[in-house]
Every structure is written in C-alpha cells, then in structure tokens.
Ligand binder design. Structure first.
Ligand code: NAD
Length: 360
C-alpha cells in the first residue's frame, strides 16, 4: 500500500529523532511491502524563521490531507531566542495548539509501558512493579475546565475567580468510542475515570460511557474515581489497560503515569480526531540543551511512529514489529546516554536508529 506522511521535525533535537523514525518506517516498508511517501515541512521556531509564523495555512492543509503526521518537537531555550520576544500566539509552541485545533484532534493517547530492562529506572518498588505494566491514558483534549468560560471579578470587595467545566454528550461519546476501539486492539479493559460522586459533568460522563460500552460487549468497563485512580497508578499500575478520562484529570494522570516509567526519552504519544488521520509525537520537548550532539534518545519518536502505523494506518503487525525491535535492542543491552546503566553499550542517536532497523 501507499501512504502519505507529513513530517514536521521542528526544532532542537526534533530533526535528529524524526530522521531515525523515518529510517525505521522505511525498514518497515521494505519488510512488509509498503510505500511511505514523506513530505517534510516546517513548524515551530524554524517556521517563524522562514515565514514569520509558527504554522502556515499551507502546512496545516497538507497535514489535514495526509494519512498521518509525525512531529518531532518545537521550541527553543526560553529567554535565549528571538522566538520568545513575541506575543504568546506567535511563539513556536503556538504552532502545536494551532495544528491540534486545525486537525480537529480531541483525543490524546499516552502509553505508559515499563520495559523489564529499564526496571531500575522506575521509582516504584519492585514488588509493586511485579511483571511490569502496559497501559494507555486517553485524555479528552478540547473540552472541560481548560475551555470553559472563566472570569475574575470583585464581589463585595473580595476577589473571586470562576472556571466552568462543560461537557456535552457528543464530546464524551466520541472519545469513549475511540477508547473502546483501542481497548479492542489491546487487553479489552476500559477504566473510565471521573468524579461522579461530586460533579454533574462526571455523572454525564459515566452515563454516556455506559451507553457506548453496550456496543462493545467484549470489553470490560470499570469506573474509578479520580482520587482513587491517582492512588492506584502508584499502588498497582499493572491493573490498568485503557484509562479514559476528561481533560484536566487526564493532564494530571498522564504525567503521573509517564513519571513511573522512568525516562522521558521513551514516551510516545498520539492525538486523534474523528477520522483516521492523527498527529504522533514524543512526549518530550525539543531538548535544546542536547541538540546537535547526537545523544538524544530517538525511541519515543520511533514508538510514536509505531502508534502511527497502528492507529492511523491500521498496520498492527507492522507496529508490533517496531515495538518488538525496540524491546530486542534494549534486551541486547543497547542504550542512549539518558537510559544508560553500568554494563550496557552506549549508542548515539543514529546508532540507536540503525540497531532498531536491523532488529526489524
Ligand atoms: P524537554 O522535554 O525538551 O527536556 C527536558 C530534559 O529532558 C532535558 O534535560 C533534555 O535534554 C531531556 N530530554 C528530552 N528529550 C530527550 C531525549 N529524547 N533524549 C534524551 N534526553 C531528552 O523539556 P524542556 O527543556 O522543558 O523544554 C525545551 C523546549 O521544548 C521548550 O521550548 C519547550 O517549550 C519545548 N517543548 C515542546 C514540546 C512539544 O513540541 N510537544 C513539549 C514540551 C516542551
């Protein structure tokens, strides 16, 4: 099959890590007989330098028309670049918000997977980790407290601030459907996280999730209150498969979950909308402190490319092959400096990409 993929390497280490992910996708194409057509475009600080804005309309249109978009990272050293002597709406990171909005992406998926080889980097005790954990957090991206009406006023001489948490049933239903679809590709369990003992928005969330669950009889559904979910993530993360939740709960829980995996250089992510197209990117930033040194870990971006294969192109076997290759390379003791430990073999960014391609 032929696929059109837009690449947005961005700034800092972005171009280095995206180049490795492209090598891996090419290795997948060769092995499985697919043709990936890549178009590399500018977004973030590099786009500001070239066009004066972090995201041009032309790039957005091409991203929308592609089968999938792979992003590196955007941004530079804050306070140390002309990019930040501009209003917030014109800075590199504004490109991210603009592309998410422009592509209509309402679901963010962040996996938290603990590789047995990296167990010593996990801050949890080994009896808690057990055989490891493998979960994904699906966070609603476009509603809730972050987008509700807000204002600050003075009432009877006292300053008062108000934020509103609004969800309608359509916003809940569309992400719930995504969560159940993804659970069907995994271990078939959805843990829907809410605060239904207090919030009306959570009671609606729970009711709509239950309606959607009726179409997925094979998937086990549980409801977990958010305070309990935060606790369970550090007490017994292995119990979770797909965690489905609203915007702010997801913001907090996904950071908690990523922290327990131990290394930012390993964490992939995907943002999906109504169709198949999606935006795939590592969870980390542009790491300007190590840009150009060829020591950045490309695995988060390579695993994001695996998610791209699985969720946008429906190439599950191919995604499995990439994830398996990453596991093999780690098992064989190869490490970039950020995940290096005594007795392992240290590799540069490009060497790590090469090893993963060989393992495919
Ligand atoms: P960061 O994630 O870029 O870096 C944090 C630390 O982790 C640094 O020490 C860095 O060297 C290290 N690190 C990050 N990725 C790594 C990798 N792949 N391999 C090895 N080490 C890695 O966060 P920051 O320093 O707070 O932000 C730097 C810039 O990135 C800022 O301009 C910020 O706005 C931007 N940013 C962009 C995104 C994005 O594009 N989605 C996300 C977060 C931050």
């Amino acid at each position: 099959m032929d696929y059109q993929i837009v690449l947005l390497p961005g700034d800092g280490i972005g171009p280095e890590i995206v180049a490795e992910a492209v090598k891996v996708l090419e290795a997948v194409g060769k092995k499985f007989g697919h043709h990936f057509h890549f178009e590399t475009l500018l977004m973030g600080g590099c786009s500001i330098d070239a066009y004066g804005v972090p995201l041009t309309d032309e790039v957005l249109e091409k991203a929308k028309a592609a089968d999938a978009v792979l992003l590196g990272a955007v941004g530079g050293k804050v306070g140390n670049s002309d990019w930040y002597n501009r209003p917030p709406k014109e800075r590199p990171e504004a490109g991210l918000l603009a592309i998410r909005k422009g592509m209509g992406l309402f679901t963010n998926i962040r996996p938290a997977y603990l590789y047995p080889e990296l167990k010593d980097r996990c801050p949890l005790r080994s009896d808690i980790i057990g055989d490891g954990f493998d979960l994904v957090i699906m966070r609603e991206l476009t509603g809730g407290l972050y987008f509700g009406e807000r204002h600050t006023e003075v009432v009877d001489g006292v300053r008062q601030a108000t934020d509103t948490l609004v969800y309608n049933e359509n916003e809940i239903r569309r992400i719930a459907i995504k969560a159940f679809d993804i659970a069907m590709k995994r271990r078939k369990k959805v843990s829907s996280v809410d605060k239904a003992n207090v919030l009306d928005s959570s009671r609606l969330w729970r009711a709509v999730v239950e309606e959607v669950a009726k179409d997925y009889p094979e998937v086990e559904l549980e409801h977990v209150l958010v305070d309990n979910a935060a606790m369970q993530l550090v007490k017994n993360p292995g119990q979770f498969d797909v965690i489905l939740t609203e915007n702010m709960f997801g913001d907090i829980l996904s950071d908690e979950a990523s922290e327990v995996t131990g290394s930012i250089g390993m964490l992939s992510s995907a943002s999906l909308g109504a169709g198949k197209n999606g935006l795939y990117e590592p969870s980390h930033g542009s790491a300007p402190d190590i840009a150009g040194l060829s020591i950045a870990n490309p695995i988060a971006t390579i695993l994001s490319a695996a998610m791209l294969l699985r969720y946008s192109l429906d190439l599950d076997k191919e995604a499995d092959a990439v994830e398996e290759a990453v596991r093999k390379v780690l098992h064989d003791g190869y490490r970039t400096p950020d995940i290096y430990s005594e007795g392992c073999i240290k590799l540069s960014t490009t060497q790590m990409g090469d090893r993963i391609c060989e393992a495919i």
